[in-house]
Design a protein around this ligand. Structure first.
Ligand SMILES: *[C@@H]1O[C@H](CO)[C@@H](O)[C@H](O)[C@H]1NC(C)=O
Length: 472
């Protein structure tokens, strides 16, 4: 068959279009493959200029220490404290109750034993090592025993604000020795719990710009330095953000990520619509039955709660050093500022209680130990600056905010958590959710408040990931 010149031209054109389409598809496919890993960048956070070679690569044992001087100075400040008189019938509605604060300070001054708590802090092996120019503090706990043929799985657990590694002290024994604590002993962990730079006994960055992505990179380097190439990661609050960034920059090293809060910083038109209409058409928007009563009515359950609980965030994301002046100088102000979060984020209804419900779930010794970590290390301002750095460029503008997390993901949702994101939204970013559980009780500080529940959820998650890997 002979083709006319016009038909020939059309055929050629079609072939060219086909080639272009195929080429584009192949190109998109190849670039998509390349996109799997988010570039991690690099950083240097010591004061002054970066030297030619990073001199100190050692890992040094570390112990928390205190002195008579430190305690005397603290007591003098506590003795001089001036307390706010609460309004009648206000309980914790206006923030921390001044009358209750007075009781806490009296306990702190007369009964709390910092020397004893320092010994408790030192019960787990701790180390410091320089990464990107600053000292990173971490706990490293090996299982006390392993059964025949069993090997420990490395697990990095990351705290948040206003917490510290002390949040993990009750969950560490459960995960390094689960069988002896009534938990499933199939998986046993070797745990690494670092202090975020600028928190507790990690050195604070001396330069601007240290954000959760930088912390993710620093902790990834830490794990490699310790010889761990395949590991699990877990976190709530900032820990969740940092773990997410780690999974994005080092997916081949992260076997699984378990988080007990999810943050999303972008919202699609459909999601916006679902806020308006989801209550009436839950199935259409992919809401689960449990979710409806967590999200709706939206104003009351989500919006107002976020507004009520996020004032601190705005402050810290804009002018951390201003409010920081008072908190850095006054242990009483510091305690009120931080402990209010432990009350309200553990259970919002605690605001109606005389003592903010603080002693319902925690002991004063435990709460004050966390405060003392902030006080003794003088880290409160640098910990608040972390918010400034997080929002430095704005919201929804950084690549990692929409970049998918492809490693196996476990999510534990505690009922009193400050923020709840519907599963259908979560799985747009965390595309490989293997476990998603509504927990029976607990709030924001899950590891500190409900260590058994959190440990059990981590164990079942890891079990699922290991079994799936075995099948493959
Ligand atoms: C907190 O303040 C209210 C006054 O609004 C008071 O009735 C309540 O007992 C206070 N809490 C304590 C522990 O005194």
């Amino acid at each position: 068959m002979l083709l006319s010149p016009t038909a020939c031209a059309i055929m050629m054109l079609l072939e060219m279009i086909l080639a272009a389409v195929l080429g584009t598809i192949i190109y998109l496919f190849l670039t998509k493959k390349k996109e799997e890993v988010l570039p991690m960048g690099d950083g240097w956070w010591a004061a002054g200029q970066k030297p030619d070679s990073e001199a100190d690569t050692t890992i040094r044992p570390f112990k928390v220490v205190t002195s008579e001087e430190e305690i005397k100075d603290l007591h003098q400040r506590l003795d001089k404290a001036r307390f706010v008189e609460p309004l009648e019938d206000s309980y914790f509605h206006y923030g921390f109750n001044g009358t209750y604060l007075k009781k806490i300070v009296s306990y702190w001054r007369n009964q709390f034993n910092w020397k004893k708590q320092v010994e408790i802090l030192n019960q787990f092996p701790q180390f410091k090592t320089k990464i990107e120019g600053i000292d990173v503090h971490f706990l490293h706990i090996k299982p006390p025993h392993l059964s025949e043929g069993q090997s420990a799985k490395p697990l990095l657990m990351i705290h948040g604000w206003p917490g510290s590694v002390y949040e993990m002290y009750k969950i560490i024994p459960l995960l390094t020795d689960p069988a002896n604590h009534g938990l499933n002993g199939d998986h046993v962990f070797e745990m690494i719990c670092p202090s975020i730079p600028g928190f507790g006994f990690s050195e604070a960055p001396h330069k601007k710009g240290f954000n959760p992505m930088c912390a993710a990179r620093v902790f990834y380097k830490l794990m490699l330095k310790l010889g761990f190439h395949k590991f699990y990661i877990q976190g709530g609050d900032y820990g969740s953000l940092i773990c997410t960034n780690m999974a994005q920059i080092a997916p081949r090293h992260v076997k699984g990520i378990h988080i007990n809060i999810v943050f999303l910083s972008t919202i699609s038109f459909k999601q916006l619509l679902s806020i308006l209409l989801g209550q009436y058409f839950p199935k259409l928007f992919g809401f689960q039955a449990e979710e409806i009563q967590k999200i709706f009515p939206f104003k009351k359950k989500v919006l107002y709660r976020i507004i009520r609980e996020s004032g601190y965030l705005h402050l810290q994301a804009t002018k951390p050093d201003t409010v920081g002046c008072g908190l850095y100088d006054s242990p009483v102000g510091l305690a009120a500022y931080i402990l209010e979060k432990f009350s309200r984020w553990t259970d919002p209804s605690f605001k109606n209680l005389e003592d903010g419900g603080l002693e319902k779930k925690f002991t004063l010794d435990d709460l004050l130990t966390n405060i003392m970590i902030y006080w003794a290390s003088g880290c409160v301002v640098s910990s608040m600056r972390f918010y400034k750095e997080l929002f430095w460029k704005g919201i929804g503008v950084e690549k990692h905010e929409t970049f998918p997390v492809e490693v196996p993901t476990g999510i534990a949702t505690f009922p009193n958590e400050v923020l709840y994101i519907p599963r259908s939204w979560v799985q747009k970013k965390y595309v490989n959710i293997v476990s998603f559980n509504f927990m029976p009780r607990g709030g924001h500080f899950a590891a500190f408040e409900e260590p058994e529940l959190l440990a059990a959820d981590i164990l079942q998650f890891v079990d699922k990931v290991e079994k799936a890997a075995f099948v493959q």
